[in-house]
Design a protein around this ligand. Sequence first.
Ligand code: ADE
Ligand code: ZN
Length: 348
Amino acid sequence: MIDFDAIPRAALPALLRRMPKAELHIHIEGSLEPEMIFKLAQRNGVKLAYPSVEALREAYAFTDLQSFLDIYYAGASVLLKEQDFFDMAFAYLERAAADNVVHAEVFFDPQTHTDRGVPFETMIVGLEHATRRAKAEFGLSASLILCFLRHLSEDAAFATLEQAIPYRHHFIGVGLDSSERGHPPEKFARVFARCRELGLHVVAHAGEEGPPAYIETALDMLKAQRIDHGVRCVESPALVQRLARERVPLTVCPLSNVKLRVFDTMARHNLPALLEAGLVATLNSDDPAYFGGYINTNFVETFAALPQLGARHAYQLARNSFDASFVDAAQRQRWVDQLDAAFTAAAH
Ligand code: ADE
Ligand code: ZN
């Protein structure tokens, strides 16, 4: 038994940083730092709409999800070659390892690239190579999850799946992202059914800006195993009860939610209520290069703004990240043992 009450509040920031954790909601294109955007633009002869790194960073003042997505897709336009995808992913994985992330399940948006003429193979080979190198260099395990862009058609998603099938062994699952409002999960019911037949894991963004009904249809029609964001579930008490009963994980991203105005301030974030309701909530960075921080910054700023969160919640969030991952039970247990050791040491 870990004595959480023996861990002083002053020790929390260091413990949050030090504890082993999994990151389950990171868009690799959202890890593209302005410096890397400029470096790749120069390397590839791509003209950018901003004159400098500083000018680009200043444009990161978002009013909602769409205002972010417009800049995020423009930033991704510098990615052309296999080496570009490798450099982007390896930089993220190196940064994640420094935050004591031991496992990452990483989203990528193929349509953002294939629609610009980048071959599917170029992209996935570069990304996969980076995950292999990170395993060898840092011992960090990483898997890829292919996301369909929901503002495009289901036929376009089927065409992307067709292109992905030769590389089936390079990714573990599929997700659904991009503009949520007006694009409910049920729009993609047939393509997700096909993905499940292929043995792929299924996740979906739902209840970020969209209503709780989108969380329900992600579960019922896509058979989503995790909900990305999901914070608007609290508007439906029956849905909260269901998520708790069925132990459906939510991959919550607090800095993202504040930057995209889902919550006015961090102090108003509903993470404490989600944990209080017994939900399998996890904490993640979403698009760290755009939202002001990687996973440890998310942990430290969230706990600083919400005094009701303490060591017990820190442990629960890290524990949930392993329980919610698509990793076998034996490997999960090894990470949970490391987590227990970190908290037991902190309580002495
Ligand atoms: N793509 C990248 N980040 C996203 C987010 N927070 N919501 C939906 N789509 C995204
Ligand atoms: Zn996301």
